[in-house]
Design a protein around this ligand. Structure first.
Ligand code: G6P
Ligand code: MG
Length: 217
């Protein structure tokens, strides 16, 4: 058996294992336009990994208008219903290239796997993708108090795996998520662009470029 530097891998979901980040983007864009906030890809990068109300508050602040708490809840529900309609047909075919092979490779090598997503839809998404049984631990919004960039979700996942942070690494496509991993004192593998994920230890374009060999001792 090979010796790896790590014993656990903690995955973000949206934008890492499947392209639901794009569906969140579409749903937030429609909402932003309905309240008169300017919304583009750069602004969207600030929302990735941030929980629903946190994201909504950032958009509403950009609109420059005031909203009551009741209005905010209605808008958050609207966005979520739109998002849920976009992910209704999700299937294993929607796994990003390299996602399923990476999970299988990691688990076959004897490392543990966890999911760390602040999405309240995370469980439904992994079930539709057919990968719910590929995680030893799933930590979602229901199990944490603080959204990324707080390290809580990654620390909770590591603890659930029975591992210390130094033997885990996190995989993330968001600025907030990379920050959360680094605050948890873990190695951060970024998925996306090095120009965006400047705080990641290593950035690859997607899990199709993931190689477990890079993590041998
Ligand atoms: C993930 C996504 C965010 C999304 C958040 C909450 O972190 O990266 O874009 O806003 O989950 O998702 P939810 O499904 O609970 O609205
Ligand atoms: Mg993500």
């Amino acid at each position: 058996m090979h010796k790896y530097e790590y014993r656990g891998v903690i995955f973000d979901l949206d934008g890492v294992l499947t392209d639901t980040a794009h569906y969140h983007y579409l749903a937030w864009k429609r909402l932003a336009e309905s309240v008169g906030a300017i919304f583009d890809e750069a602004f969207n990068e600030q929302l990735k990994g941030v929980d629903r109300m946190g994201s909504l508050n950032l958009i509403l602040a950009a609109s420059g208008k005031d909203f009551s708490e009741a209005d905010k809840l209605t808008l958050a529900d609207e966005k979520n219903l739109h998002y849920q309609s976009l992910i209704a047909q999700l299937s294993p075919a929607d796994l990003l290239p390299g996602a399923a092979p990476s999970l299988q490779l990691i688990r076959a090598a004897g490392l543990k796997t966890a999911l760390a997503s602040v999405s309240k839809n995370a469980q439904a998404v992994i079930e539709r993708l057919g990968i719910a049984d590929q995680f030893d631990v799933v930590v979602d919004a229901a199990k944490i108090k603080n959204s990324k960039p707080d390290p809580e979700i990654f620390l909770t996942a590591a603890a659930g795996l029975g591992l210390t942070a130094d033997v885990c690494f996190g995989v993330e496509d968001s600025i907030a998520g990379i920050r959360a991993i680094k605050s948890a004192n873990m190695f951060a593998l970024g998925i996306g662009s090095p120009a965006v994920l400047t705080e990641a230890d290593v950035v690859i374009a997607g899990l199709h470029q993931f190689s477990l060999q890079d993590y041998l001792k």
